[in-house]
Design a protein around this ligand. Structure first.
Ligand code: FUL
Length: 496
């Protein structure tokens, strides 16, 4: 579903209540760029979120049983019966494939609640599953913890079942009550996902969400959780559901140009995908995409599961472009991840291991145009993201030259900025030495947490990274080179 279309057409464009609008305007004003102000940096929560790189989305609701993608809220809870539901199987699969957290649709647009909420009877408590005594959110959060994964929850603001939807304050109270149950009763939650979709249409119900109150509830109950929505406040949508971030992808954004769902300002161009180098707010982009054509499990899509190579492409176009990959894997009607999805995830993990296990630059000598004494050039070889090379404080362009003892052949390059200090590098170029001259290998704009580039294999014993311009001191945490085992990539391969 193209959320953008529905957001602009639907009730979510309802103008904010006067109070909400004033509060947002104040928040925007507070965050507006001030000449000479320091560039934005991530909070510890945002930094952890981004370093996790891979999160798994789990879409489950009545749609799993009806075959729909958007339920209309009239579905009977009697159809919800995932008899073999095993959240440990989901969590084990995610863990083994290298994912660090999972996000469950506790309530999708149909309004059916996967936990026995006190707010409505439209929930698992009215279903035959476990004779109405089950709690998917409990099983999910327990399973995440048992496997050492972060647990996140999705609670759809758009609710097609709640009678009070569109009433203003009554629905805001209802939504806050649901959020309070979810964030108060299930232990630590790492991410709260606010979907911007709304398909009410021009004559549909209009609900002005009370975002200031919603955000304050999350901060109060789960101060370490990051909040996702189209606009943040902590993590922004990347602007598509294809798993493709902008080739240039800044984590910073101008909050005044990106609306919260339900806030009636359109996005400007590809702002979400690209971010804004001059934006005053740090709001990195999350790339949500499904392993199947739909977000929910449909039997006829069993042969359309993305292949391991397809998942690698997604990894390069999201994580490899300074975004985070939120990959949806929907449980089937038994409540289990299906065999084709598990096989693809295993293949995905095996391909990442095969590609990234052997960094060919290990043991290299590194020289830099300038270095901060405490952060020498060789730190870029260390996989620790907190060990970084910093050029001298006052410089805005710098270079690194890396020399390996023997010629190497590689087809993948990884660069990483020390983003704890912000995202500052605006342009970079990579060149290899062919024995007589420097040859261009790759050119790009900003780097961010991770920048992955693929090309046909090159052989060299010397390469250099030229940071052509940075808005503040350039700092690199990582330069690594890999040789893929079995695939060749032409230039522009991962530009979709
Ligand atoms: C969209 C929703 O409409 C889809 O059903 C799905 O939940 C996706 C993650 O977000 O906006």
């Amino acid at each position: 579903m193209d959320r953008r279309r529905f957001l602009l057409a639907g009730s979510a464009v309802a103008s904010m209540g006067a109070l909400g609008a004033t509060r947002i305007a104040r928040a925007d004003a507070a965050a507006a760029p001030i000449a000479g102000a320091p560039r934005p940096r991530p909070t510890p929560q945002q930094l952890r979120w981004q370093r996790d790189e891979l999160a798994m989305f789990v879409h489950l609701t009545v749609n799993t049983f009806t075959g729909k993608e958007w339920g209309d809220g009239t579905e009977s809870p009697a159809i919800f019966d995932p008899r073999k539901l095993d959240a440990r199987q989901w969590a084990r699969t995610a863990k083994q494939a290298g994912f660090r957290s999972m996000i469950l649709t506790a309530k999708h647009h149909d309004g059916f609640c996967l936990w026995p909420t006190a707010t409505t009877r439209h929930s698992v408590a009215s279903s035959p599953w476990k004779n109405g005594h089950g709690d998917v959110v409990r099983e999910f959060t327990d399973a995440c913890r048992a496997e050492g994964l972060g647990a996140g929850l999705y609670l759809s603001p758009w609710d097609r079942n709640a009678k009070v939807y569109g009433s203003g304050e009554a629905y805001n109270d209802y939504y806050i009550a649901q959020l309070t149950e979810l964030l108060g009763n299930y232990g630590k939650i790492v991410e709260v996902w606010f979907d911007g979709a709304n398909g009410e249409g021009p004559d549909g119900r209009r609900q002005a969400y009370d975002w200031p109150r919603i955000h304050a509830t999350v901060r109060r109950l789960q101060p370490d959780a990051v909040m996702f929505s189209d606009a943040g406040p902590d993590v922004r949508w990347i602007g598509d559901e294809k798993g493709v971030a902008g080739e240039t992808c800044w984590s910073s954004i101008d909050p005044a140009s990106v609306p919260y769902p339900g806030y009636d300002r359109p996005w400007v161009g590809d702002l979400l995908g690209h971010g804004d180098p001059h934006g005053s707010a740090w709001r990195p982009g999350e790339s949500d995409v499904s392993i199947r054509p739909g977000w929910f499990w449909h039997p006829e899509q069993n042969d359309q599961v993305r292949t391991p190579d397809g998942l690698m492409d997604l990894y390069f176009s999201s994580v490899g472009r300074n975004s985070k990959l939120l990959l949806n894997v929907p449980p089937n009607r038994d409540g289990l991840f299906d065999a084709p999805d598990i096989a693809s995830l295993q293949g995905f993990a095996a391909r990442r291991t095969a590609l990234f296990a052997n960094d060919l630059l290990q043991g290299a000598r590194v020289h830099a145009s300038s270095s901060d004494l405490a952060h020498p050039a060789a730190s870029v070889l260390d996989a620790d993201p907190d060990a970084y090379w910093s050029a001298a404080r006052s410089v805005r362009h710098a270079w690194l030259e890396i020399e390996v003892p023997h010629e190497i052949e590689f087809d993948t390059l990884e660069l990483g900025e020390a983003i704890a200090f912000g995202q500052n590098i605006a342009n970079h170029r990579v060149e290899t030495w062919n024995g007589r001259a420097w040859q261009p290998l790759a050119w790009g704009t900003t780097i961010g947490h991770k920048k992955l580039t693929r090309f046909d294999p090159v052989r060299t014993s010397r390469l250099r990274v030229l940071l052509e311009f940075a808005y503040d001191t350039p700092r690199l945490a990582r330069v690594a080179a890999y040789r893929g085992p079995d695939r060749r990539y032409g230039p522009g391969h991962d530009e979709k």
